[in-house]
Design a protein around this ligand. Structure first.
Ligand code: KG4
Ligand code: ZN
Length: 329
């Protein structure tokens, strides 16, 4: 089954053709990152306008690259939320139109479900499993007993991990998105700044805004005193605490729920130290770890095509609207 998937929830216009939920035929990602860098973050109106300009080009290009014609596509999948309304709308309307014209199924996919199924590009999901979702907008520990059976064990009470990374990076004058810059600099740094440990309790919830504020206050105080900030060391100290917190709670869930696999998902799972530490922790207790390929950790349509394959859709719903906030289902 060949699914043509579309993803436009934020600042990437992407289309992909995925066979049987796991084989990537081809993917095109048109990123607007360089445009939004000038503003220090994604500007929704600018993002929507660029999606309008790019959507047909990206769909044409993915068909060309795959040497397939649109008649050989079996279904159209698209991210319907959560995300920026104006951006989602462009992808959703494109997918609805294609589904109507070619009389093929329309599969609306939750963005986070897409991030989770990006793991299908590297292995097969084995249930029950635990998935740690870490992105710019989400931080959640999920339990899955089967495809599309999501149970949220805990989530962030305030900032998402990626958001904390980006906000700290912004105060350090790094370009957007700051997560990859902090990741890189922390490799050269030493964990030598004292920072508070976030929400260290027996729930599966997280809280990163206290840590983020502590780092920002520290930077401001040092600047006022005209002291140099050891950026590498500060990045290493901040990242170490993030990794410790994520690992502690996630590995507790893995043990408590006696799962077969641990999955990482979302943009922050591109982080080198996070990938390495989870690999070491999983090796210790003989648990299989799946992590998406680095280029498919951040937003892309390949993950949407993977997830769509497992979604049961009885009837095409052309009334479906984009959702800025949406529970995972
Ligand atoms: O999943 P994603 O592309 O978008 C959302 O659905 O939110 O995630 C983007 C987030 C940004 O906050 C970005 O800074 C972060 O992922 N990110 C990283 C790394 N690469 C991307 N954070 C830490 N280390 C990285 N290497
Ligand atoms: Zn995302």
């Amino acid at each position: 089954m060949n699914i043509l998937a579309i993803e436009t929830s934020c600042d990437e216009t992407s289309a992909s053709i995925i066979k049987d939920g796991k084989i990537e035929v081809s993917t095109v990602i048109n990123s607007q990152m360089d445009i939004h860098k000038a503003y220090g973050g994604v500007v929704p109106e600018i993002a929507s306008r660029h999606h309008v300009e790019n959507i047909t080009l990206v769909i044409e290009e993915v068909l060309e690259k795959s040497k397939m014609n649109i008649e050989s596509i079996d279904a159209f999948a698209v991210t319907y939320g959560p995300g920026l309304i104006g951006s989602l709308l462009i992808g959703l309307e494109a997918a609805k139109t294609l589904s109507l014209i070619y009389n093929k199924p329309l599969i609306p996919v939750h963005h986070i479900s897409g991030h989770i199924y990006a793991n299908n590009l590297v292995g097969s999901l084995k249930f029950p499993l635990i998935c740690l979702v870490i992105s710019g907008g989400h931080t959640e520990i999920l339990y899955m007993k089967d495809n599309y059976k999501y149970k949220i064990l805990g989530s962030t009470l305030d900032d998402a991990v990626g958001e904390a990374y980006d906000k700290v990076a912004r105060v350090l004058d790094f370009e957007y998105p700051g997560g990859p810059v902090v990741d890189k600099l922390s490799e050269k740094g030493v964990d030598s700044y004292v920072l508070p440990m976030p929400l260290d309790d027996d729930t599966y919830n997280f809280s990163f805004s206290g840590l983020k504020s502590a780092v920002i206050n520290l930077i401001n105080k040092e600047r006022m005193k005209k002291n140099d900030i050891r950026k590498e060391d500060l990045c290493a100290s901040f990242q170490n605490i993030i990794v410790k917190t994520l690992v502690k709670k996630t590995m507790r869930a893995v043990k408590q729920y006696k799962v077969k696999q641990l999955l990482l998902a979302g943009g922050v799972s591109a982080n080198k130290q996070i990938r390495k530490t989870f690999e070491e922790e999983c090796n210790k207790i003989n648990i299989e770890l799946l992590v998406p390929p680095i280029k498919y950790c951040t937003d892309n349509a390949a993950m949407i095509g993977c997830s769509a394959f497992y979604k049961k859709v009885k009837k095409n719903d052309y009334k479906i609207n984009p959702k800025s906030v949406e529970r995972l289902k």
